[in-house]
Design a protein around this ligand. Structure first.
Ligand code: ADP
Ligand code: MG
Length: 696
């Protein structure tokens, strides 16, 4: 993973990748001091990243084998987490690499009572099993096509040729709960299996006994009914009960989250010590803007506008993250902030992730600002040299007070005379590189970052703990929830008839496709093909437009403005319309191949409808796949069940984990070893209170 340079907008990539949980000398002792660790084993451990006692003790068991809970396959309850002792019957074929869809790996196991299918979809980790391998295996038992199945089970080989042979007997005959260090696959390959690992851990625990110093006061832990740090370490490795194991893990998680919050607080303090422009509240422009609107600001908008206004008055640069669900009215909040800066004589840059969105912002801002005698400028790639030169000069001299643009704003030759505020819209769509360039440009400048991917509070606190966070938790009044339904492709005629019905009532609609054009490598429907087919078929009576990323800027702009003006009834599009497109008369969206899209993206797409007073509809069309069906069904069902972006974000986070949820590791989130942002959300608040309130 390439390391990002330092930035204040996202987390600081220089943050310790692993947070210290066991601080102090005791944890820092070399692993070679543990009995049983000689030169050879020490080398193996070091290669697996275990150099100190802390490294060893914080490799928590990934799973516990509870002997009393091992069940025969036939008796195992469907839908629940089960632990089984099995023998590989048919190892199956490891899928060969192919372009496009990859078949799942299927392994059939048995235990005398019955057989079970284990499947690994793309990305799953498995060994090349051989028939006869003995495994301790656990996971959630499902049924698929009338057969018992576990997807992506956790497993551990329990028959081996080295010192762990006989482990099966050991598992069967050892009472209590046994830690499985399944994550030590790399160690396993080098001959250090769970059993050997357990011995090392036991030895290490006795070495640290009595010497562990916690960063979180034990009284705070006790207040959460959690054990001391030392007791927690014991419990987590050798738990007297499942509950004690979990409490132990949570105590360690609390310690880890505390260090995370300390780090975030340090960054915030650093920022607060920087000097920035103090911008007085607006006396003229903001009140005039608000007066001219034909609606009232929501209470949430008013609150956030005030928060930002008071930030701008400070003498250190603002770093505020505004997150609000799609349609919550972030633009207006941004506009108020911009006007405050402009009135005080500063320049404002507004940056959007796509040209379509930059265009749209430009038009919105222009229509709201021009009656007040202000005119924004638009800077983006592909402009004629003369136009560009003129814009750059205007920015450099300060003649231009408000510049809307794409990341073209970040190019080297772009300079400002008195930049006071940078507004970044839909920041999650920018790459790390672009965000950094922006920061370099706006070092001591007030920055407002907006995102419509609602981030659950737990994530916001850990990832953006150094930013101030505002939430627009209220939609403008009169919005009806978008009625969302999941349909199969054989209902296509009725779906199109429904779209036609909406159009004949004067409404407009979007048909969204996963790809631009047809290709031989996949059998996905494409926007181009659908546009051809529908124009002369089911929707021939209506005015259709085609919009995708490969059109020229001019073509895109023309299609968008015709749709916005009502000169097109239906927009056949790819996901280029995902963000920012704002046409209140559009009331229906059909998303083809909804199974291909992620939850956040679907929610964003759906946010394009339901922006007016009319009832709005979103129809998800899913094409059956032989793999991952449970996963996409869960996503699409969640989407049908709620309109609430925060709830969906939580589901998404739970399903995908923070790394992927935030757009892979790009986000630079310090890696949490122990804490789980979903499970331990409550502890995050406790850790934050402890970290911010203490001087340790
Ligand atoms: P988003 O938060 O998704 O960027 P926008 O700023 O695009 O949302 O606002 C969505 C729509 O709601 C726009 O058409 C905007 O004019 C309208 N809007 C914003 N605030 C209000 C309000 N307080 N009352 C009514 N409509 C509003
Ligand atoms: Mg927006």
């Amino acid at each position: 993973m390439a390391r990002a340079a330092k930035s204040d907008l996202g987390p600081d990539p220089e943050a310790p990748v692993r947070l210290p949980v066991l601080t102090g000398e005791i944890g820092a002792q070399r692993i070679e001091g543990v009995s049983g660790v000689g030169a050879q084993r020490g080398k193996v451990l070091r290669e697996a990243g275990i150099e100190t006692l802390a490294d060893l003790l914080l490799r928590l068991p990934r799973r516990y084998l509870d002997r009393s809970h091992i069940v025969p396959i036939e008796a195992a309850p469907i839908g629940e987490e089960v632990t089984l002792l099995v023998r590989v019957l048919r190892p199956g074929q490891a899928p060969r690499f192919r372009r496009g869809r990859q078949p799942p790996r299927e392994v059939v196991v048995e235990d005398g009572s019955g057989t079970l299918r284990c499947v690994w979809f793309r990305g799953g980790h498995y060994h090349n099993f051989e028939a006869g391998d003995l495994l301790a295996l656990s996971g959630r038992l499902e049924t698929y096509k009338n057969q018992r199945q576990v997807s992506h089970p956790e497993y551990e080989f329990i028959t081996t040729t080295d010192d762990d042979s006989g482990a099966r007997g050991d598992l069967l005959h050892t009472g209590g709960i046994i830690p499985l260090y399944a994550s030590s696959a790399d160690l396993q390959e080098r001959g250090l299996r769970s059993r050997g690992f357990r011995r090392l851990v036991r030895a290490a625990l006795s070495l640290v006994e009595g010497g562990i110093v916690a960063a979180v006061d034990e009284s705070i832990a006790a207040g959460q009914d959690l054990p001391s740090l030392e007791a927690a370490l014991k419990d987590v490795h050798f738990p007297p009960s499942r509950d004690r194991a979990e409490d132990g893990r949570r105590r360690l998680a609390l310690e880890e989250l505390y260090h995370l919050q300390r780090e975030m607080d340090r960054r915030r303090q650093r920022r607060l010590s920087q000097a920035g422009a103090s911008i007085a509240p607006s006396k003229q422009l903001v009140p005039r803007l608000i007066e001219r609107l034909d609606f009232e600001l929501t209470a949430a908008q008013t609150r956030v506008v005030e928060q930002i206004s008071s930030d701008l008055q400070q003498s250190h640069p603002m770093r505020r993250l505004l997150h609000g669900d799609v349609g919550s009215g972030k633009t207006l909040v941004a506009l108020c902030a911009a006007l405050q800066a402009i009135e005080a004589g500063y320049q404002v840059a507004v940056m959007a992730p796509t040209e379509i969105l930059a265009d749209q912002h430009f038009q919105t801002w222009q229509s709201l600002l021009s009656p007040m005698g202000l005119s924004p400028a638009l800077l983006k790639g592909g402009q004629r040299a003369a136009v560009r030169r003129e814009l750059l000069t205007g920015m450099q001299t300060g003649a231009l007070c408000l510049i809307v643009g794409t990341h073209a704003l970040l190019q080297e030759d772009v300079g400002f005379s008195r930049l006071g505020l940078v507004i970044v819209d839909e920041q999650h769509r920018f790459g790390v590189e672009q965000r950094e360039q922006l920061i370099r440009k706006s070092d001591a400048v007030h920055t407002l970052v907006m995102t419509a991917t609602p981030i659950p509070r737990s994530l916001a606190l850990s990832m953006y703990g150094d930013l101030e966070v505002s939430v627009l938790d209220e939609l403008p009044p009169g919005r009806l929830p978008v009625r969302t339904a999941l349909r199969s492709p054989d209902r296509r005629d009725r779906i199109l008839a429904f779209v036609a019905e909406q159009i004949s009532e004067g409404r407009q609609g979007y048909l969204v496709y996963p790809t631009i054009e047809e290709s031989q490598a996949s059998d996905l429907l494409s926007a181009e093909a659908a546009f051809e087919e529908l124009s002369s078929g089911a929707l021939a009576r209506y005015r259709l437009g085609l919009l995708h990323g490969r059109l020229s800027t001019e073509e895109k702009r023309s299609v968008m403005s015709r749709f916005a003006a009502g000169d097109l009834d239906v927009l056949v599009a790819t996901t280029v319309i995902e963000v920012g497109v704002d046409v209140a008369n559009a009331t229906v969206m059909v998303i083809e191949h909804a199974e291909r899209f992620g939850l956040a993206q679907l929610h964003q797409l759906r946010g394009r409808v339901g922006r007016g007073a009319e009832a709005a509809y979103c129809i998800l069309v899913a094409y059956p796949t032989d793999t991952e069906e449970q996963l996409w069904r869960e996503r699409l069902d969640a989407l049908c069940a709620t309109d609430d972006g925060f709830e969906l974000a939580r589901t998404d986070l739970r399903m995908r984990g923070p790394g992927e949820f935030l757009g892979t590791r790009q986000a630079g989130l310090p890696e949490l070893q122990i804490a789980d942002l979903v499970r331990d959300e409550d502890l995050l608040e406790v850790a934050r209170a402890a970290a911010v309130g203490s001087d340790r």
